[in-house]
Design a protein around this ligand. Structure first.
Ligand SMILES: C[C@@](CO)(OP(=O)(O)O)[C@H](O)COP(=O)(O)OP(=O)(O)OC[C@H]1O[C@@H](n2ccc(N)nc2=O)[C@H](O)[C@@H]1O
Ligand SMILES: Nc1ncnc2c1ncn2[C@@H]1O[C@H](COP(=O)(O)OP(=O)(O)O)[C@@H](O)[C@H]1O
Length: 281
């Protein structure tokens, strides 16, 4: 096989608690990740030389700092692989929206090249490499909805219900670093004692400071909140609400479409990436 096309799906943080701060300044979280059937698409083609080239320009991100290129080069170096690759990206996921598009692109690159370069790495090794690229990369590598602890790298698989979601995309970019350094951020939520882990009906500790600093996000939460419980994912800017059917989700998005940009997608506990990889085996 010399080419391969794979999806890089979005994630939601169904809820997110900040339970402390590590010595290096990073915050310790407890969160539940679920995937969406809504994805970027990556295409990989083997090259005759050892170069890694992303053939699609991503506005605002230089070639060498793109997480796709960084993931490919790290894997190449650490595995001692002498093959190269051309990669094309169809970018569907909004950037910096808290739905993890960059991290998911990186994870799809690791799994795709592991396959194409026939490296035979297991998921533990790929997830460890992924963590060095970003805290959200391991969950995309493992591909199962999860309760996450630490900075998001300690993962326990969970199986929440898989509703249809309306995801609104406020046209504003929220800086993760700004939110995590905000003086009013809640940093002392109690660690969960309950098992099994609750999947919904909680909160996102980042939401109050994001709502305070970004009126567009507050507005989106208020509008979607007229139809269902609306919540922020990650540090935003995207907000989401669950519906029992696609028809109901489509209807609500249509009602909001005059002022809001968004999409409807099914929640999934096994990511589109892993479903596609299984179909290739
Ligand atoms: C909040 C979450 C929840 O899934 O998602 P997103 O909203 O980014 O999708 C993630 O933990 C985002 O993790 P990650 O992707 O590593 O965040 P980055 O953008 O690299 O972090 C930018 C900065 O935020 C701070 N930061 C980030 C994560 C964390 N657990 N504690 C922190 O204090 C650090 O100062 C870091 O330098
Ligand atoms: N392939 C990529 N796709 C998206 N963003 C990327 C990519 N590579 C690097 N980045 C950088 O990572 C940042 C965060 O992107 P993204 O993962 O989409 O958002 P979030 O972490 O909020 O879910 C972007 O603003 C961009 O600067």
């Amino acid at each position: 096989m010399t080419t391969l096309s794979l999806p890089a799906p979005a994630k939601l943080n169904l809820w997110l608690h900040i339970i402390g701060r590590r010595d290096d300044g990073y915050h310790e979280l407890e969160t539940v990740f679920q995937f969406l059937d809504h994805a970027d698409q990556l295409r990989f083609a083997l090259r005759d030389d050892d170069q890694v080239r992303l053939q699609t320009d991503v506005p605002g991100v230089d070639h060498d700092s793109n997480l796709i290129v960084r993931a490919a080069r790290q894997l190449q170096q650490q595995s001692g692989c002498i093959q190269g690759v051309d990669i094309w990206l169809e970018k569907l996921l909004p950037m910096g929206g808290g739905i993890g598009g960059g991290s998911s692109d990186a994870a799809t690159t690791l799994l795709g090249l592991n396959h194409l370069w026939q490296l035979g790495w297991d998921l533990d090794r790929l997830a460890a490499l992924g963590l060095s690229l970003g805290a959200d990369v391991p969950v995309f590598v493992r591909g199962h909805a999860a309760f996450a602890q630490g900075v998001g790298e300690q993962l326990t698989p969970v199986d929440p219900v898989e509703p249809w979601y309306v995801v609104l995309v406020p046209q504003v970019s929220v800086s993760t670093a700004e939110i995590f350094s905000h003086p009013q951020l809640t940093r002392d939520s109690l660690p969960l004692k309950m098992r099994p882990v609750p999947e919904g009906n909680s909160r996102n500790d980042c939401q109050p400071v994001v709502e305070q600093s970004y009126p567009e996000v507050r507005n989106a939460l208020n509008l979607l909140g007229k139809y269902t419980e609306a919540r922020l994912t990650g540090t935003g800017s995207c907000v989401f609400g669950a519906f029992p059917s696609k028809a109901e989700a489509d209807k609500v998005l249509a009602l909001l479409s005059e002022t809001q940009t968004g999409f409807v997608a099914k929640g999934s506990n096994v990511s589109m990436l892993h479903r596609k990889l299984q179909s290739l085996l």
